[in-house]
Design a protein around this ligand. Sequence first.
Ligand SMILES: Nc1ncnc2c1ncn2[C@@H]1O[C@H](COP(=O)(O)OP(=O)(O)O)[C@@H](O)[C@H]1O
Ligand SMILES: [Mg+2]
Length: 240
Amino acid sequence: MECIESFNFQTGRRVGRRYVVVERLGAGWEGEVYRLVEETTGIDRVAKFYFPHRNKSGRAAQRYAIRLHRLRDCPIVIQYIYHDWCHFHKARIEYVVSDYVEGELLSRILSRQPGKRFHTFEALHVLLALARGIEQVHARGEYHGDIHTDNILVRRRGLSFEMKILDFYDLGRSNKEKRFEDVLDMIHVFYEILGGRRHYARQPAIVHDVCKGLKRTLIRRLFHNAGDLKRYLEKYGWDG
Ligand SMILES: Nc1ncnc2c1ncn2[C@@H]1O[C@H](COP(=O)(O)OP(=O)(O)O)[C@@H](O)[C@H]1O
Ligand SMILES: [Mg+2]
């Protein structure tokens, strides 16, 4: 199997019958992500193109498409549009098209904050929005597998953070352990956006009650999935 490390698609390149490349958005282990425009409508889309050696017999792309489709009712998940393949140097390249989401990466918003950290209440809003969104993914028996600040697109509206989660990671069949790993990842995001280890000791009680010093066994006693975390935040007893 040919080992392609980059497609390096240029702006204006046609993809299949309906899309034209706008720009490259990212490159990961499985493939590359490009912004495309649908030629007939001018609608922006995003496509993930799979490296053939990471997508033997087309299964990875198919699984990703089916997973997004199964989660189409979850507002935190980007909408699946289309799956197809194109040629690249005689290789068959599969790609999965989804909607293009306006927003800014959480990592980028964080880097603009004074001291590169959020206030407690802002961070709690971020965590609650994540927990509410991922709860629906977990309720459908699925998991994300790679939650971190570079995979969360945010649009701020009023007091709330509307978010979309990108880049589902395929770790095989969903189970309790993978859903718990999502919970740990969400708590790591919360810890990171509050300034990490340097500021942890001085954080208010709610932060310690949720983060538990990032100790898995302590966190597992409280939360098994995103729904547990969401309910905990919604019912938190401020007065002890
Ligand atoms: N549906 C989307 N809408 C808008 N931007 C996106 C979308 N999907 C990905 N991106 C942008 O592309 C970057 C890379 O995409 P991602 O799916 O995280 O792949 P990877 O991390 O493997 O490069 C993201 O960090 C984000 O900035
Ligand atoms: Mg990513």
